[in-house]
Design a protein around this ligand. Structure first.
Ligand code: MN
Length: 245
């Protein structure tokens, strides 16, 4: 199995090293990742300038750094390596839960794989104060990859999140959509000019069965996602109420 590993934290992140190490147990691994951190880049692509693709071996892995976005890395990685089977993205230093996945570069890398007809798995870990303890997560990561790479190949896109402690187990979840944790804090720079910080504040309420809930309870959350954003309920109602044409 050919496994392309990408991320949005950049090629030198400890998270991508941990993911590449465990992925080698499942197949041939190649790392293609941004040369600098591109967190919150979402699914942007670089269309107005050319991109570079430079070999940067890390440890025992064949690796390449790209001066572009996470989605660029996956597109280039697949273009430059024939017959990729699956794209793994992460492990992100920070969770990608609920509505925050709209901004996520980690998930975008997995989505790019799905857009190109391949399976994509995004993997993120909760960060509190310290860097995640990847050694603690590795057994659960191996369990997740066994499930998604060898036992269940029916999905196309899965969003996986790890808790910040030793996981109690794995849970299938749905995306929490009730809350949005994007807040803007205002401040002043040293010269008295007003500036703005996007901030992420903890969400207090979670619904059982959602990604947020599972991670809060100490489980690894696995959410199967789809690219079709059509609101079927509203489409059906619109066709009845306002038949066009
Ligand atoms: Mn990131």
């Amino acid at each position: 199995m050919r496994i392309l590993v990408a991320n949005d934290d950049g090629i030198y992140s400890p998270g991508i090293a941990a993911l590449a190490e465990v992925a080698t147990k499942f197949g041939e691994v190649r790392v293609v990742a941004p040369d600098v951190e591109r967190s919150s880049a979402g699914h942007s692509i670089t269309a107005m300038r050319p991109l570079s693709y430079r070999r940067t071996p890390i440890g025992n892995y064949e690796a390449y750094r790209v001066d572009g976005t996470p989605a660029d890395c996956v597109a280039l990685g697949i273009f430059n390596w024939e017959k990729v089977d699956v794209v793994l993205s992460g492990i992100n230093l920070g969770s990608n839960l609920g509505n925050s996945i709209w901004h996520s570069g980690t998930l975008a890398a997995a989505k790019q794989a799905t857009l190109l007809g391949l399976r994509g798995i995004a993997l993120s870990s909760t960060v509190t104060i310290d860097e995640p303890n990847f050694d603690l997560l590795k057994p659960s990561l191996e369990e997740v990859l066994t499930l998604l790479l060898t036992e269940n190949k029916d999905y196309c896109l899965v969003n996986v999140n790890f808790p910040d402690e030793k996981p109690k187990g794995l849970r299938w979840t749905r995306q929490s959509v009730r809350h949005y944790d994007g807040k803007i804090a205002t401040g002043e720079d040293p010269f008295g000019r007003k500036h703005f910080w996007f901030n992420v504040v903890p969400v207090e309420e979670t619904e059982e069965g959602t990604d947020r809930w599972a991670v809060e309870q100490g489980y690894v959350s696995l959410t199967p996602l789809r690219l079709d954003l059509t609101n079927e309920k509203e489409l059906t109602a619109a066709l009845v109420r306002y038949p066009l044409g």
